[in-house]
Design a protein around this ligand. Structure first.
Ligand code: SF4
Length: 292
């Protein structure tokens, strides 16, 4: 991966961004790898040397790495921080690094830090649930200790005190702890097996030069249509709504003098269009969709 410096930020930051903080140890797969879409994983492996990212766009991943370093120092009695566990399943070694394990009389409570936006926090996050439940399965399997819960400690990077004071459904503090559903161990093991199979099939397809399995709508972060309430002469929407009805209500609350109107915005696959997977230019599924 080439790290560019288009905005002339200090070279020290470039050096930090170029360092590899993450290692899955001597494992075939990490937990984060198996929950991510096989197509993305294969394309990343194939094009890793050609991939490019500007250091200015890496702030949050850098801070994420920094947080793990700091978290490792946050030692407290009854807590284990930043522990990587390994196990064998279906002939492969799987590893996962767990941010926090808290010992309770009934078992272990697992918590993972996540930097996120206030908007993202209010969306469903199936990948968070899957990741934490695989960690729970790993702990139970490796340590032979029950897990009593899985949760996320969300650090909201764009939190606004003003938004919190006017919106009931807005996070009320910049740090939120969210409990996630704890899966049955047998269900988690079946899920892991299915994910490993999907990644194996994708590897075979890549090795033989066959078509890679497509990313699903969920993988591509497909967002449905939205309705933006605009004011004449203003570029930014007053509000972007999920339904036309909500947009009409917002429009009715704006003075007619401001000449409000509604603009329908077509839904899109955010991960592809924003190149959040990092491989959209090599992905024939996405490139083909642009021609349709
Ligand atoms: S561009 Fe879209 S379809 Fe292609 S790998 Fe990325 S997320 Fe998947």
């Amino acid at each position: 991966m080439k790290i560019t410096n288009k905005h002339n930020v200090p070279e020290t930051l470039v050096a930090l961004a170029s360092r590899q903080y993450y290692s899955k140890g001597k494992a075939d797969y990490s937990v984060t790898e198996i929950i991510s879409p096989p197509r993305i994983q294969r394309l990343r492996r194939k094009h890793y040397e050609e991939m490019e990212q500007d250091v200015s766009e890496m702030l949050w991943s850098l801070l994420g790495s920094a947080l793990h370093v700091v978290a490792e120092r946050g030692q407290h009695e009854g807590y284990i921080t930043e522990e990587r566990l390994f196990t064998e399943i279906d002939g492969v070694t799987l590893s996962g690094a767990i941010d926090i394990q808290k010992s309770t009389p009934e078992g272990i409570l697992i918590t993972d830090y996540k930097f996120t936006s206030a908007w993202a926090l209010r969306q469903d996050k199936p990948e968070w649930e899957a990741q934490q439940n695989i960690y729970a399965w790993l702990v139970q399997r490796v340590k032979k200790t029950p897990v009593v819960g899985v949760q996320i400690c969300a650090l909201i990077r764009d939190w606004s005190r003003r938004e919190a004071s006017v919106k009931a459904d807005y996070p009320q503090a910049p740090i939120q702890v969210i409990d996630l559903p704890l899966w049955e161990s047998s269900y988690t093991e079946q899920y892991i097996t299915e994910r490993l199979n999907a990644h194996r099939e994708s590897k075979v397809a890549a090795d033989w030069g066959d078509e890679l399995p497509p990313c699903s709508a969920e993988d591509r972060w497909v967002r449905g249509d939205s309705w933006a309430v605009m004011r004449e002469g203003k570029k930014r929407a007053s509000k972007v709504c999920d339904t036309e009805e909500e947009a009409k209500e917002v429009m009715a609350s704006i003075s007619e003098k401001e000449k409000p109107y509604i603009e329908k915005r077509a839904g899109e696959a955010i991960r592809c269009t924003g190149d959040f997977c990092g491989v959209s230019k090599w992905c024939n599924q996405y490139q083909q969709s642009l021609k349709n």
